[in-house]
Design a protein. Structure first.
Length: 389
């Protein structure tokens, strides 16, 4: 199959091969005001489709709602960017779990996914929903890297979430051996985030409010192709998966990735040890992207400051197929004199969340800012490596 170069035109689903067929489900979310929508799953056994079929959504996407809201409301955007529409960029969109969730909220979304079979399910789902989904989506059927070119793409049987650019890396020794034996599933186009998002550097930089980066070890190369965007502080926040074995196979490491992100000005955040919850939230009655008066936005669970020691620890586990951890990266507000400025803002948000939770637990409901009882949303542990969607 030849590489796909142009952005999807939205007229019909992308051909994924003769065995691909859309099994439609209705996605349900913890946010009551999130409009229901349709997602397409594989009709045969696949880790991601099986999990979404069971839980009615991909829970790893949940934290994106709170991160989007906090990033758009904390400020720090340059005046030239503030007049531009905020964007969600999904690098490694897979079958579209996170992309569809953001589209359901009317958020302008730019998605990148190179595997034709995954593209079939993503585009079929977009067309199965209301026309606004297509209107808010720009889909590039390519991978993102350090430079433009073509490269082989490998995919693990039974876990298309583990689709790897340029190198076969499996979530077990047996699966990796099978990927090596099967060879590349196709040749794909690789481009840079700079060239796709900011082709004319004389124009104002785009406003990338949130980048979800799940590219199976290709994170360092993706960031190498986003130097102009990073220098312009055009990317305000990221959610990323760090898998040291995958990074090493791509000539990088967890510590090198940490150094790149810190060098670009980002602070990194992790969940408490042992925590499986993506979010701590109160029920929402009016969560819409244009509504800036939300009193109880969803609060993501990434509240612990991640340090170099966390990433060095991950590198010591690079031989393990299952070693993987998710992080959030955020920029401090523009004009802050010290890195601690952002920490103080997030500390206030976290403290407020704890107070609201305490008030709810005690049954207090006084005043106009009373909080309804909080709910913890748990995402079952991966067990085996899967893509964040």
């Amino acid at each position: 199959m030849l590489p796909l170069y142009a952005a999807w035109r939205g007229l019909k689903p992308i051909d994924g091969g003769p065995q691909e067929r859309c099994e439609q489900i209705q996605v349900s979310h913890y946010a009551p005001a999130l409009p229901p929508y349709t997602q397409c799953l594989r009709p045969y056994s696949d880790k991601l489709s099986d999990r979404v079929r069971l839980e009615k959504r991909w829970m790893d996407c949940d934290a994106l709602l709170g991160l989007w809201h906090s990033t758009t409301h904390l400020g720090g955007v340059k005046s030239s960017q503030s007049r531009r529409k905020p964007l969600f960029v999904d690098a490694g969109a897979n079958i579209g779990s996170c992309t569809l969730m953001m589209l359901a909220l009317g958020i302008e979304t730019i998605a990148f996914e190179p595997l034709p079979a995954n593209l079939f399910y993503l585009t079929s789902a977009v067309l199965a929903n209301r026309p606004a989904f297509r209107a808010h989506l720009t889909l590039h059927p390519i991978a993102l890297g350090a430079a433009s070119g073509t490269t082989p793409l490998y995919s693990q049987r039974g876990n298309a979430g583990n689709t790897v650019v340029n190198a076969p890396v499996g979530d077990s020794q047996a699966n990796e051996a099978a990927m090596v034996h099967a060879g590349a599933v196709t040749q794909i186009l690789v481009s840079t985030l700079d060239s796709r998002m900011w082709p004319d550097n004389t124009a104002p930089a785009p406003r990338i409010t949130l980048l979800k980066m799940d590219v199976q070890g290709y994170e360092c190369r993706l960031l190498a192709g986003a130097q102009r965007l990073l220098a312009a502080r055009a990317i305000r926040a990221m959610k990323l998966e760090v898998a040291p074995r995958w990074l090493r196979k791509q000539g990088c490491s967890a510590m090198k990735l940490y150094t790149k992100l810190r060098g670009a000005g980002f602070h990194l955040w992790a969940k408490p040890v042992g925590s499986q919850a993506e979010v701590l939230t109160t029920p929402l009655t009016q969560f819409l992207p244009h509504n800036s008066s939300l009193r109880f936005p969803p609060t993501h669970a990434y509240r612990l400051r991640a340090t170099a020691a966390d990433f060095r620890r991950l590198d010591t586990m690079a031989q393990h197929h299952l070693a993987v951890q998710d992080f959030i990266a955020t920029l401090p507000r523009a004009g802050a004199k010290a890195a601690g400025a952002k920490s103080r803002v997030l500390a206030k948000v976290s403290a407020r969340a704890r107070l609201l939770g305490k008030a709810a637990a005690l049954g207090k409901a006084d005043g106009p800012h009373a909080a309804p009882k909080q709910q913890f949303i748990y995402s079952e542990g991966r067990g085996k490596k899967e893509r964040t969607q």
